[in-house]
Design a protein around this ligand. Sequence first.
Ligand code: GLA
Length: 716
Amino acid sequence: MNELRWNPLLGTWIMVATARQNRPHMDENFCPFCPSSGNVRDYDVLKYDNDFPALMVAAPKIKKIKSVLYKNEMAYGKCEVILYSPDHKANLFELSDTHIEKIIDLWIKRCKTLSKNKKNKYIFVFENKGEEVGVTMLHPHGQIYAYPFIPLKLKTELDSAAAFYKKNRKCIICQMNEEEVKSKKRIIYENKSFIAYIPYFTDYPYGVFIVSKKHRPYLADHDSEEKSNLADILKVIEGAFDSLFNRSFPFMMCVHQCPVNSPEYKDAKKYFHMHIEFYTPLRAKDKIKYYASSESGAWAAANVALSEDTSREMVSAKLKYLAKSDIKKFKEQFFHEFQLLHGTGNEQIKIFKAPARINIIGEHIDYNGGYVLPCAINPGCYTGLRKRKDKNIVIKDINNSETIVLKANIFNKFNRKNTWSNYPAGVLNEFYRLGFKLNSGLDVLFFSDIPIGSGLSSSAAFTVSFAYGLSYFLGFFIDKKEIALLCKRAENNFVGVSCGIMDQFASALSKKGSAMLLDCANLNYSYIPFNMDNYVMVVIDSNKKRQLTESKYNERTRECKIALKILNKKIKVNNLCSITPAVFEKNKKLIHDEKFLKRIKHVIYEHERVKCAAIALKKNDFGQLGKLLVKSHISLRDNYEVTGYELDSLFEIAINQKGCAGSRMTGAGFGGCTINIVRKDCIYDFKKNVLEQYRKKTGLYPDFYVCEAEDGASEV
Ligand code: GLA
């Protein structure tokens, strides 16, 4: 049964389409939109007539209702599906620019064709993405509805635009663009033809609008340059959405343009212009903002966030997305944000990056003088630098609204209020201590896409990117090893964390495609090729946060010092890692305290495991490496006692998955991340199962990063 029924209270049509109730829920192994199904031909992009349409060209006849109040009409119109890509798992932002342009071309072609039918009054291009908005077909696609009436929301927008035009002789959307540009506060991204912002009045926290800069009433009015710029901005915004919470971000994307074949809106072209409205139901990673009673029943939206704040989050998500997908555009955007925050200026801006790290094995070993086996991974901390005319060092951070001002060449004091500023302040003090002088002030901008408190060494990346940047920008050219040491001193002496050298060393000196075998007793190091063939390294953030300074990290370093002192009564060694397992077993009766015994046991056997792991890695023996990882985690859990419920749950769940060769926590522990060696062909199920089971067990939503070994500190 298909018909239009009039809602006399709202004055609009309802599309009754009972066949839609029978839409199948797709099973995982069959997708009618994949060319392999035989249901569609091979394609790049494809228009496909909806199998369960609400509106039809050959609409079924209806029986007219006899009523004073009610009326009905035939459900004329058209419902089309626009298939974005033959790749079942692709997201729009993962497609090439030219491919996205093909989608836009197809939208336009269909809009033009559908407009020719005089019965169609409004052509609505849209996309529903994600299960949260009721998507049953996961294959990437959008849709087009050609309505035989102007839907109420669009009519309301058009009427407001007409009223505004009558008073101001101006298009309402052009005016909105002007106000947003003037305010600057809510702009996320722009290119030559389009601008993206979360408008002042948005009802969803992340409700981005993409608006044409020129007055373009229809999608079809854009020339080829504008179309390619539309592809660009769609890619950046949708990429940023998925980077925002590190998960597939559900949305409704709605293209608003002028109506067609509607004499009552014949002037709409003057006062209304094409734009895209995103309706985004998430208000946090795993929290939905429902369109509930006030919103649905009264059309009164209650927004839980300020669009000024969520726009800043989206700017950060944009940089995060670009840092991993398009480094050239990342640089452009970083410069742009730099000038927005620090003002424009003629002096050159340079950007330096220091990466995050994982430690493959050798945990809590560095401050005990043994071997560790870390490597750098892709997220990183970026430092932008520009000289100033005065002697101020003005420090800003994209993810933080506070500005810190320090004075060049004057030793800094610890800041209790803005604790993050102690990292750069500590680094500067170390430069002064070494006799380096700054010949000018600096504008500094930080951006980091390393999750804080996740055990991926966000603080070492922070100090190393700043120190390395300063050294190169100001022409000191300090050796990278010295940079690592200098940053360690800054953390030990100024910030107050008794960390070892591993993180700074890995962040400064890692090499792409290699792990680093570092002897922390003498800082000798070598690289071991890290080619994973059929495996991948999956880093999972438990999202149980910790902070090194507040954690029991310093307590463990103290315990090791005491244990060493006790053993030193009989065995003269400089550090715990100089003791072999055999010597330890012979002398362990010296330690009476069970706790100290467990700590030493971990350190000595973990040190052995690093040596075995280096051999396994050289042989590309991931089965063996995996076993060592598992032993390491068990020892960190039972002997060193630095894991905790969340990390242990992740570990247990992971090692029980098909294709997982090994798993363990990485970094200091007490929350943070695990690393997992997973067979490539099992990765999809691995992620799915771990996500489900971990959420069920802990209520937390984990993040997944598939990582490769990357280079250490460099200029971007
Ligand atoms: C933190 C410290 C490192 C190291 C690890 C544990 O990341 O900064 O020096 O001790 O914990 O292995």
